[in-house]
Design a protein around this ligand. Sequence first.
Ligand SMILES: C[S@@+](CC[C@H](N)C(=O)[O-])C[C@H]1O[C@@H](n2cnc3c(N)ncnc32)[C@H](O)[C@@H]1O
Length: 392
Amino acid sequence: MTPAARVEAAIELLDTIIPAARGKGAPADRIIADYFRARRYAGSKDRRAVRDLVYRAIRLCGPVPDSGRAAMLAVAGQDEAVASLFDGSPHGPAPRAEGEEAAKTALAPKWLAAALRASGLGGVEIAALLGRAPLDLRVNALKAERDSLTLPEPGEPLPVPNGLRFPSGTPVEQWGAYANGLIEVQDLGSQLIVMALPVAPGDIIVDLCAGAGGKTLALAARLGNAACFVAADTDKRRLGNLGPRAERAGAVIDHTVLLDPGREMRALGPWAGRADHVLVDAPCSGSGTWRRSPEGRWRLDPAELARLNALQNHVLKLAAQLVRPGGSIGFVTCSVLDAEGPDRVTAFLTQHPGWTAEPLTLPLGRPRGGGIRLDPHHDGTDGFFIACLRSP
Ligand SMILES: C[S@@+](CC[C@H](N)C(=O)[O-])C[C@H]1O[C@@H](n2cnc3c(N)ncnc32)[C@H](O)[C@@H]1O
């Protein structure tokens, strides 16, 4: 592909990514992967270059751009080399028309920038949400030890017992250690959270929003499989990935429970009032993971945030029905917005008399509204909120 053809390909991709984000459709990563699957002629350098252009445009445009071309013109506004490729050459973008506008650049849409500032984040912290994330691994303590494991590249030890950090793009998924379940890709923030949860061997632990089991597997590794694990989720596809992942990791998940949205307690009945700990890794905006999915800013609007807040209240209410007297809930979101952290804790405590928010100890993060918040600028992790709620 010529450099101009790469710009045109990025425009084409953005023209799919923009409506997908608006309509809560496929994530940018998947759209890019599908695009190149259908274009085998593009070599690895082309793919990398196009991908890089697409993500530069997404990071640059806070408000949803009108078109891929407007977004790429915004990149051209900051990069003369890209601007010079709008020259009408074959397979490249047409020259910029007189008065043709580039998309607006900003860290986030106005309403969202205001919500981030109201959540105590300044410009530097907000900018760091859109930085580049490194690649963090968790060495699976069920199968290996960080200090004696030999990997194709040495990683930087992280302030958790089994964490290692590598540069973004390190092909860890091609390593034998990955195929054999000795390592898992997991952000330092998630690893810190799993270490902080008040769980002990012998506990009944319900992971209520288990997804494909990222945190369930880390919990099983932390406790050496010596607990009863119940992994539940409403998403059949994600939950279906847990079995093979657990097998690869040597993790024992005692019960995998598919939930019917709105009727979750029908399947969770056997654990009502019995769980020592319920992890609620709640569905959220993912504002803490924009380093990986910066188009997440385009997916969110006030109505979507309100819908997520209602869902977070709902899963917390379910969790309260599962916990035994004196047991606890770990409430986690990968968001830095108060609406998806402190405000949910306040709402829960108001509606559940006798429950308390218990202090947590983490080596990183800062206290925020009854819990702790991690963010990329201060902690070098994805953005997270975690609180521990104790039953009377
Ligand atoms: C943040 S993700 C979980 C990620 C997972 N814990 C991990 O560590 O990889 C949130 C999950 O909540 C699930 N979810 C949404 N509504 C739910 C509900 N009503 N009950 C249980 N899980 C729900 C979603 O399907 C999604 O998998």
